[in-house]
Design a binder for this molecule. Sequence first.
Ligand SMILES: [Zn+2]
Length: 80
Amino acid sequence: MTKINKEVMYKMVRAIASVREEEIGCDDCFEKVDTFVDLELAGKEAGEALPLVKDHLERCQNCREEYEALLTAVRAMSEK
Ligand SMILES: [Zn+2]
């Protein structure tokens, strides 16, 4: 059988690398999570506006807890 040629390999590696570039880290998430919460509370599609933040929140428990705490706090403030 034929071996996987180098060109195909490089393409695969590049595809994986480009996916990684679209992920954000906790620092980036932390910077944007307040905007995410604002959009959410404004009844907008926060997940569509900031898909990378949404993606990170789904994968990262720390940031999800941060997000939920912030959401609760902001909601409590605006309900006064
Ligand atoms: Zn995180």
